[in-house]
Design a binder for this molecule. Structure first.
Ligand SMILES: [Ca+2]
Ligand SMILES: [Ca+2]
Length: 103
């Protein structure tokens, strides 16, 4: 588990946790369950590339009112997950650091 980060990602008053899993390499978003005080899995994003990832800056970087979550991989890939609604998350953008682009 990598960079366990807790925040209310969908602004519903209940905290989510997002973290990276090493084997297999995936990003997990979970939601705090107030009844049994554990985290319930909401969404798992497999890494498109075999690389370790770290993050997770959280904000509304494109100012559209929906929370954005960013993380980056060891090979220079950058990923952005956006919260589209309560418990609804989509990977909306991926990119690569400029120094990694072949010229
Ligand atoms: Ca929430
Ligand atoms: Ca946004």
């Amino acid at each position: 588990m990598n960079d366990f980060t807790v925040a209310d990602l969908d602004s519903d008053g209940v905290n989510e946790a997002i973290f990276g899993n090493f084997s297999p390499r995936e990003i997990w978003i979970t939601k705090f369950n107030e009844i049994d005080t554990t985290f319930d899995s909401i969404k798992v994003f497999p890494n498109p590339y075999i690389e370790d990832v770290a993050g997770f800056p959280i904000g509304d970087f494109d100012m559209d009112g929906k929370t954005d979550i960013v993380y980056a991989g060891a090979m220079g890939n950058i990923y952005l997950i956006e919260c589209e609604g309560i418990d609804d998350y989509q990977m909306n953008w991926t990119g690569i650091l400029a120094s990694q682009i072949p010229i």
